[in-house]
Design a protein around this ligand. Sequence first.
Ligand SMILES: *Cc1c(COP(=O)(O)O)cnc(C)c1O
Length: 403
Amino acid sequence: MTDILPASPSPSVAGRRYRFATEVVTVDNNDDPHNAASVPIYQSATFKQKSATAGGEYDYSRSGNPTRTHLENHLAKIMGAKRALAVTSGMSALDVITRLVHAGEEIIAGDDLYGGTNRLLTFLAKSQNIKTHHIDTTKAEAILPYLDPVKTKLVLLETPTNPLIKIADIPTIANYVHEKCPNALVVVDNTMMSPYLQRPLELGADISYHSGTKYLSGHHDLMAGVIGTRDEAIAEQLYYVINATGCGLGPFDSWLLLRGVKTLAVRMDKQQASAIRIADYLEEQGFKVHYPGSKKHPQYELHKKIASGPGAVLSFETGDIGISERIVEAAKLWSISVSFGCVNSLISMPCRMSHASIPAHIRAERALPEDLIRLCIGIEDVEDLLEDLEASLVAAGALPSKQ
Ligand SMILES: *Cc1c(COP(=O)(O)O)cnc(C)c1O
């Protein structure tokens, strides 16, 4: 059985006046010259100067744009960051972060990474001589043999991982890293949880980043990436890369993300409540379910310690690739789609879709079942979602017909 919803999924956080759900919908826009209630879109590439020598706060949108600044200030507040930076995609966020690593230095990362992350790390190994050690992040001690005070530059964690839902003990790993490698940075990809359910910077991480394409925006109508840190010097280095490479988020997408993020808490509450129901249903039918809210999850207690809810992504095994394909194709309400975090529900087979860029032998090495089905729960009525899922399971022959 899955756990009931936490009593307070929205704890108040030091430095903020209100609980998360209030802060996330309250955007500070007090400096608007016309008292606009919503932050305007400054769709302008350039900003005029008052004189030949006196520059204003903004001059060119690659370097800075007022809509992006408002978004970044708001994201910093909800991430518990000193500074947040918005870029054009989640991968672009990781690209900016990995530019802090130089040739010959090393990265330590998990063994169940997002497919795109894996691709970027492979690229860095081939073209930049930056080696990545992949470890099983469910065992914090597994990192110890790889920590090198000279070479280790980044430790890159995802928790829960996707799609196997493995949990990493962020505080313990961060302690190991900071003790043995004072120059290394602990970086957490927090896309799966969102800052509503988990805030890595408050758990000892140096940098936390998100694909804004997922829960932060919530509607699958934009691509964005967000990086947050509590260290002003790290923020300055990251900003330098963003300005140098030109990957800052444009004004319209900044506005869309600022608009979307306001409903993060209410969306996640609904999506998570439905995910818990669906995980329970699948467990009752005898499927092996991967979900951190399930009491059968081997790291159920650890996840509860570092996050305030299990989220709305789960996966399950059917035991047969053909059956899994038929389930996915029989679903009517669930769209066959990569990605997650949208208000609409999605169904996918990671080995065929989002994780297909990981070579088959490595998927096998990492015990990624080829029959795995991933569900990303949206805000539809949960009874409709359950009915459609059951009909698909029956149509695919995974469950006996009720008649
Ligand atoms: C989607 C995703 C990314 C990449 O983000 P994009 O916005 O698609 O570039 C990175 N990490 C995780 C966990 C993701 O789900």
